[in-house]
Design a protein around this ligand. Structure first.
Ligand SMILES: Cc1cc2nc3c(=O)[nH]c(=O)nc-3n(C[C@H](O)[C@H](O)[C@H](O)COP(=O)(O)O)c2cc1C
Length: 335
């Protein structure tokens, strides 16, 4: 089906980002967009098998649609963890085949799994057999200096046969040696045309583009070629962009008499959330506020506003007062 006539649930999503897309961040993003698909940080099978499952998996019902991203490479362990995720109420299990960090490589998962498509297929098959929700894969277009389209095509073909029908493609290679994870998000060149070729070759699969997407125009252009777009850093650093997504890309103009979102109203809702989280679990407000520091990006006074919300000397001050202080310092913020 053509993506424009039948919006895919993967049409626009916020990427999994370690240390960033925790439940507080996802709560914030959900206030900005009702339809964007949200992803957890990567959770390793080891963390779920040996760690505090509740701490890793708990989320708020308001976050739906929300996907759990797993890191691992053992079919049985992944099947077990996928089942946990499904029981916890996640809408999707995503397997990380794109992370290049050395720590992840030592665990033999992440991007280095792209060299072993049959193993990924076995992992996917085990997960698909264990759960009724979609099992999806996030991967790169290649590893190291492989330039051939055939590499990613064979990977997708093999994994699709095992039962995965959604592929989120970070459109650059992962260089497993010599680059830090950060450099691996910047240095290898973006090659969107390979993602488009995947969609043309596998029209029955859901194919999404990820990497370097920062504008409405880029999203719109990608959506003429593929089923969905996943945005990472720009969504985090410039979250107000998400407030345009429902109307711009999901045809939802906030019917039922709702007024357009205002940044200050969102900030106020976050203050209420900080108060609830402090009462519920003793969460300090700055563990939540850190995710919304980009809210006023681009407006005069944004830097001073941000300085107040990131001032740890104010830790003991209630968040409603911190907001008042931030606005007093930010002055000309309202716009
Ligand atoms: C701080 C940070 C943490 C990340 N953690 C993960 C992760 O846990 N799992 C994953 O698949 N990708 C992770 N990524 C990669 C992003 O999901 C995304 O693929 C990448 O940033 C490219 O998209 P962008 O250019 O829109 O940011 C991370 C990226 C950043 C910036």
């Amino acid at each position: 089906m053509h993506p424009e006539t039948s919006p895919s649930p993967w049409r626009l999503s916020v990427a999994p980002m370690m240390d960033w897309t925790d439940r507080h961040c996802r709560h914030f993003h959900r206030l900005l967009s009702r339809h964007a698909r949200l992803y957890t940080e990567m959770v390793t099978t080891g963390a779920l098998l040996h760690g505090d499952v509740q701490r890793h998996l708990d989320f708020d019902a308001g976050e739906h649609p929300v996907a759990l991203q797993l890191g691992g490479s053992e079919p049985d362990a992944l099947a077990h963890c996928a089942k946990l995720g499904a029981q916890w109420g996640y809408d999707e299990i995503n397997l990380n085949c794109g992370c290049p960090s050395e720590r992840v490589q030592r665990g033999a998962f992440g991007a280095c799994l792209m060299a072993e498509p049959q193993l990924v297929a076995d992992c996917v098959k085990a997960m698909v057999d264990a759960v009724a929700i979609p099992v999806t894969v996030k991967h790169r277009i290649g590893i190291d200096k492989t330039e051939s389209y055939g590499f990613v095509r064979d990977f997708v073909g093999t994994v699709a046969e095992a039962g995965c029908s959604v592929f989120i493609v970070h459109a650059r290679n992962a260089w497993l040696k010599g680059l830090s994870p950060k450099e691996n998000r910047e240095v290898p060149p973006l090659r969107y045309e390979l993602v488009h070729r995947l969609k043309a070759e596998f029209p029955h699969l859901v194919i999404c583009t990820n990497g370097g997407i920062t504008t409405d125009a880029q999203v719109a252009a990608e959506l003429t070629q593929v089923d969905g777009v996943m945005v990472g850093r720009e969504a985090y650093h410039n979250p107000w962009w998400l407030a345009r997504w429902d109307a711009g890309f999901f045809g939802d103009h906030g019917g039922d008499g709702e007024i357009a979102l205002e940044r200050e109203a969102v900030e106020e809702q976050m203050v209420r959330y900080m108060e609830r989280e402090a009462a519920r679990a003793g969460v300090p407000w700055h563990a939540i506020a850190r995710h919304m520091l980009g809210l006023y990006n681009g407006l005069p006074g944004a830097r001073r506003w941000r300085q107040v919300w990131s001032d740890h000397k104010l830790k003991g001050v209630p968040p409603a007062q911190v907001m008042a202080l931030a606005h007093a310092r930010g002055e000309r913020l309202a716009a």
